[in-house]
Design a protein around this ligand. Structure first.
Ligand SMILES: C[S@@+](CC[C@H](N)C(=O)[O-])C[C@H]1O[C@@H](n2cnc3c(N)ncnc32)[C@H](O)[C@@H]1O
Length: 245
């Protein structure tokens, strides 16, 4: 495995200023609904960045342990999370089957190896453990569509670029994400097709429990974010009926 590149080193200050708040209310509500009260349990926050999920996870009663490859991002995360560890999420410094809950937000476009990260999260989860992931929608956010004028135009124009580049399943682009964040120009943007995004969870053996699409808080024509709640299966014969969990 080639060492991961900390693309956000040198960009953490900008990232923290630009994305200081947690995500929109709908996403917060979804996280609360999916994960339920933490009761002091550890929640792995994979690719935690500056730790902006820390407040909501703390409010929900979780002890958030963040992992990120960027030392610069972790400077901001440390005071916001119970612990923040520098690690490549493709190889987390954790024993197998050691965590009940993991979250991840807005990082599938930051790694070419998303499937490896999801596989690693699955390794770390106990059977029955859950992984909640929220990120930009593979179909509607990327270098192939400019999203900033849709409210005034009541229209969207899609250009070529979905699923092209690199391996044919997407690829790095500095053209940006079309969402005005300028993130592509700074750290690159690795688009995933919907198929390769979903397949990452399937390859890891995770079961899909909930899927949601979110429009931007100020409206828009098409969804902006996609969220999945997945679960690591219990060994056969040890399934517990949903109602009694
Ligand atoms: C867009 S930021 C999202 C941060 C945070 N989850 C949030 O919602 O604000 C993407 C993060 O993924 C991290 N990252 C990218 N590849 C990684 C890897 N292989 N292992 C760990 N972190 C990684 C980057 O350093 C960056 O902090």
């Amino acid at each position: 495995m080639r060492p991961g590149i900390a693309r956000y080193d040198g960009n953490a200050e900008w990232y923290d200023e630009t994305f200081s708040a947690f995500h929109h209310q709908n996403a917060q509500a979804w996280f609360r609904e999916c994960l339920g009260p933490g009761g002091g349990a550890v929640c792995l926050d994979v690719a935690c960045g500056t730790g902006r999920s820390g407040r909501i996870l703390r409010e929900m009663g979780y002890r958030a342990v963040g992992f990120d490859i960027s030392a610069d991002q972790l400077r901001f995360a440390r005071p916001r999370l119970a612990a923040a560890v520098r690690a490549d999420a493709r190889r987390l410094p954790l024993p197998g089957a050691s965590a009940d809950v993991a979250t991840g937000m807005y990082f599938h476009t930051d790694t070419e190896d998303f499937a490896a990260v999801v596989g690693e999260v699955a390794r770390c989860l106990r059977p029955g453990g859950r992984f909640a992931y929220l990120g930009v929608h593979p179909c509607y956010v990327g270098p192939f569509v400019y999203r900033l004028d849709e409210r005034q135009d009541q229209a969207l124009t899609f250009k070529p670029g979905y699923g092209t580049g690199g391996s044919g399943t997407g690829g790095w682009t500095s053209r940006g994400s079309g969402d005005g964040s300028r993130i592509g120009g700074r750290v690159g943007f690795h688009h995933k097709t919907l198929a390769s995004f979903l397949q990452a969870f399937g390859n890891a053996g995770l079961i899909l429990r909930s899927v949601r699409e979110f429009v931007a808080p100020d409206g828009g024509i098409l969804p902006w974010d996609l969220a999945l709640l997945t679960e690591k299966p219990r060994p056969a014969g040890r399934q517990i009926p949903r109602a009694s969990r």
